[in-house]
Design a protein around this ligand. Structure first.
Ligand SMILES: [Zn+2]
Length: 132
């Protein structure tokens, strides 16, 4: 077999890299075939495992797992407690999507800036540019 030139080695290398990227990329399933029920079962199994480990290793009877609190249509369960205002970790207040009462207070998504625009910002923007 004749020796490959540097140029041929580079071309073969590029073909191998792109071929590898193409074939490995196309074999990755989009959602790995897990349904929400499958995920719930995994979460429950994991929680059960942690509870069992806590009991056997630490000798402590685990209390109920705290659930994350967020916006909820039920004012009793909602993080705003029905006030319509959610105080964030950094101290700023966001309107609750369920209990704000006034849809004008809800932020809108700006696709160009790829972020939420809050009504307070909108007023500043409109004032600064003299409207749209
Ligand atoms: Zn709320």
């Amino acid at each position: 077999m004749q020796k490959l030139t540097t140029r041929e080695k580079i071309i073969i290398g590029i073909i191998v890299i792109f071929g590898y990227a193409y074939f490995t990329g196309s074999e990755i399933p989009v959602n790995y075939g897990l349904t929400n029920d499958d995920i719930d079962i995994i979460i429950k199994d994991t929680e059960t495992g942690f509870d069992k480990a806590e009991k056997e290793v630490l000798g402590v009877t685990p209390g109920p797992t705290p659930q994350p609190v967020g916006p909820d249509p039920d004012p009793e369960k909602c993080i705003c407690k029905g006030t319509g205002k959610i105080v964030q970790g950094d101290g700023h207040v966001s309107p609750c999507p369920y209990h704000t009462g006034d849809p004008q207070e809800l932020p809108t998504y700006d696709i160009d800036e790829n972020r939420l625009i809050y009504p307070s910002e909108k007023k500043q923007t409109q004032g600064g540019t003299g409207g749209s």
